[in-house]
Write a protein that binds this ligand. Structure first.
Ligand code: SF4
Ligand code: SF4
Length: 458
């Protein structure tokens, strides 16, 4: 694990050595040379890269990492330094948006990370932490079980006692990070399997319930289903969905990701839906890449491409449909935060803003430096708590500077990360997923239903 104090100018030194003497990459899906060669070293991506912004190191920039990939393709071994710089990448894809040459850094880093995971020996402590994370997070049932002790911890006052003692960050920094990220848990019933469209049916859609979204933000799934039904969709929630594989895929566990992807394709094919709607940015961006993930699988390659073509972010789906449900006024100022995997990986920026603009009385305010990641990035904030907190605090300051009452975003990781930073800074702002804001407006709820400040709700 990376030292919790890291993040003030020093890069992590947390890896053992490479497989002695061998070239960095084997023949199984190395980063593609033609994609590496697309980089013309112009440097336009540097200022949007959070690790370059933090440390100003060339090798912690997209251009530097691509250079290291090229060295690997030319036969250099997988050095400690190479792994360290690849590990430090958040996978935020801000560089993909910024690059005028259209370099597919997303594909490059995914293939590189898979090579690192297969060919690099991590120290036992780091291996153990990663195994623990991947034995828990991609499994909705296990996460739901975790809700029981976590809720007891929150409601009995134990959480406040632990916070006052200040011991947890000193004794167990990773646990402290996880604890600070956990949202306040409330009881919400499981989503129904099928909900009929209100009014004439315009589409039949399946909804991904997700792992973290399903376990910690079931209210977002409930709101998503209500909004889709109100806009004329028959909504299907296929049972036994499991994980979409985003977390595994983004961390080089490509075989695991393929297994999750195959299972999800099977489940949604059986449901017979026209569209697959996703309300978590990281999941949606991965599912849209299934064709690439399963390109070498003769049984699934075509099906993966057909599935990926049906995937829509919730905001994308609603804009495609066009509104029919009446919007009631919500007099509130909103700061809209672009989740990286929505804005950079899926190119979705206009749709959520258009939906929010469509609510009478609601004012959208822009956040400074919107392209810079909040530091959540899947499990990056758990593996790198120091720099993640730096990025989170930076984002929280920019959010608070808007003076908005409500922060709206479309990713559970961003909500948890910014909430933790707002609390650390002693600020006050409520947080909500786009789905909850639309749902409140369509149902005519008072704005107070959305305005519980993140800091006071803990
Ligand atoms: S994905 Fe994000 S952190 Fe990684 S190189 Fe690109 S901009 Fe930097
Ligand atoms: S990745 Fe794109 S923007 Fe960055 S240096 Fe290469 S060509 Fe330029």
């Amino acid at each position: 694990m990376v030292d919790a104090t890291w993040g003030t100018g020093e890069a992590p030194r947390d890896v053992l050595g490479p497989v002695a003497g061998e070239p960095a990459f084997d023949e199984h899906r190395p980063p593609r040379r033609e994609l590496v060669d697309d980089c013309v070293h112009c440097g336009f991506c540097l200022t949007t890269c959070p690790t370059y912004v933090l440390w100003g190191e060339e090798m912690d920039s997209p251009r530097g990492r691509i250079y290291l990939m090229k060295q690997g393709l030319d036969g250099e071994p997988m050095s400690d330094a190479m792994v360290q710089h690849m590990d430090a990448c958040l996978g935020c894809m801000a560089c993909v948006t910024a690059c005028p040459s259209g370099v597919r850094y997303d594909r490059l880093i995914e293939d590189t990370r898979a090579q690192v995971e297969r060919r690099h020996h991590r120290p036992p402590r780091q291996r153990l932490l990663r195994e623990a994370i991947f034995a828990l997070f991609p499994y909705p049932r296990r996460l739901r079980l975790l809700r029981v002790p976590l809720r007891a911890y929150q409601v009995t006052g134990l959480q406040r006692l632990v916070a006052r003692s200040g011991l947890l960050p000193r004794l167990a920094p990773t646990l402290a990070t996880l604890e600070s990220l956990a949202p306040p848990l409330t009881r919400v019933p499981r989503p129904p399997r099928r909900v009929r469209a209100r009014g004439p049916r315009r589409a039949v859609v399946g909804v991904l319930t997700g792992c973290v979204q399903g376990a910690f933000f079931p209210d977002v799934n409930a709101a998503t289903i209500r909004v889709l039904a109100a806009e004329g969709c028959d909504v299907v929630v296929p049972p036994g969905q499991g994980c979409c594989g985003a977390l595994s895929g983004h961390n080089g566990r490509d075989e695991e990701a393929r297994g999750f992807a195959r299972r999800l394709i099977d489940r949604f094919e059986r449901a017979g839906v026209e569209r697959v709607v996703v309300n978590a940015a990281g999941c949606g961006s991965s599912m849209k890449e299934y064709a690439d993930l399963l390109r070498d699988d003769p049984r699934y390659a075509e099906r993966a491409a057909a599935f990926a073509a049906k995937v829509r972010d919730l905001s994308e789906m609603l804009v495609e449909l066009g509104p029919v449900a009446r919007r009631h006024p919500l007099p509130v100022t909103v700061a809209y935060h672009d989740a990286c995997h929505l804005a950079h990986a899926q190119g979705i920026r206009a749709q959520p803003r258009a939906l929010l603009d469509g609510i009478p009385g609601l004012e959208v305010r822009e956040i400074a430096d919107p392209e810079i990641c909040c530091g959540s990035a899947g499990i990056w904030n758990v593996l790198n708590p120091g720099p993640a907190a730096e990025l989170g605090d930076r984002k929280a300051k920019d959010v608070l500077a808007t003076g908005a009452q409500l922060l709206v975003t479309a990713n559970p990781g961003c909500l948890m990360q910014v909430a933790a930073s707002v609390q650390r800074l002693g600020g006050e702002i409520a947080l909500a997923h786009t789905a909850r804001v639309l749902d409140a407006s369509i149902r005519g709820l008072p704005v107070s239903a959305l305005l519980q400040p993140a800091s006071s709700s803990r």
